[in-house]
Ligand binder design. Sequence first.
Ligand SMILES: C[S@@+](CC[C@H](N)C(=O)[O-])C[C@H]1O[C@@H](n2cnc3c(N)ncnc32)[C@H](O)[C@@H]1O
Length: 329
Amino acid sequence: MSRTPAYAAELRAALARAVRGVSERDLARATEALVSRYRSVSPAAAPILASPVHVAAYAAYRMPATHAALSRALGDVADRGLAPRSLLDLGGGTGAAAWAAAGAFESLERVTVLDQVEDALALGRELVRGSPSEVLARATFARAVAGDWPSLEADLVTVSYVLSELDEPSQDALVADAMHRGQAVVVAEPGTPDGYARVLRVRSTLIEAGWTILGPCPHASACPLAGSDWCHFAARINRSAEHRRLKGAELSYEDEKFSWVGAVRPGVVDSLAPQSGSGRILRHPLKRKGFVEFQVCRPDGTTGREVVSKKAGRRYRAARDAEWGDTLP
Ligand SMILES: C[S@@+](CC[C@H](N)C(=O)[O-])C[C@H]1O[C@@H](n2cnc3c(N)ncnc32)[C@H](O)[C@@H]1O
């Protein structure tokens, strides 16, 4: 969880440059408005990113977090051997998933970000200008509204923190669109019970359509947490002084909680590695003297406690480094 995602520092520097001209008071006010809007979790009748200041505030206070979450999820599917050449990011806003994909996949050659808010796309373009990633610097940011996307296809389609802004029929339509256009799909949502519930619905849709789950689940059975708990992970983000001021926060870091699911369409899976390890770590491991205790989701579709003791040698050493969200060594 403390691993810093690729391009995190470059993104932060680009964000600092981009918001330099915006009054700190306006930024703080817009941040406050966005925080309370995102807390309410109801479909948006009009774009939430309603002005350039709202867009700047979103980018400054949310983008490092959504970038970190997507970096974890895409890093995981990269470890499974997914090597997309093209990325289509639906509802991509200022481009957090594009930055994460550029960091996760060396194979990437083409990035397209689509969103309904031109101001968000404009900021996205500004952020990637001069980026150290060539593919990111060449990314296309284009305006489009869900249901009326241009006819594009891609090896990987991402839908990152978008579903909560849509009613259920529109969520289903967006996921169907993503599946229609992509060889692989990754959907991420806030790591809250309702974010998890939306991800769970997407997971069912993917499985029913015969897609193979890439992560985080080590199986395609019913989620063993449904009804009693919610599956979510955490990505740690170091807060800059500016970020701390904006959020009125004191800690030098924050943990972004997120839920996600990734899958590939039938046929693609043959070229991918089977999921390694013996389960997904669902909580911070308890690192004790001589053993590490984990709560895991197992390949047989159950959850429970696993202990790796010092006697396990190499496996124990790997267990000491393992974190919430990793596969169990
Ligand atoms: C919370 S932001 C997430 C932005 C970005 N994907 C990220 O992870 O940081 C939600 C984005 O979805 C976009 N969005 C919401 N409804 C949309 C629609 N009907 N058509 C296109 N974009 C939409 C918004 O404009 C906004 O940029």
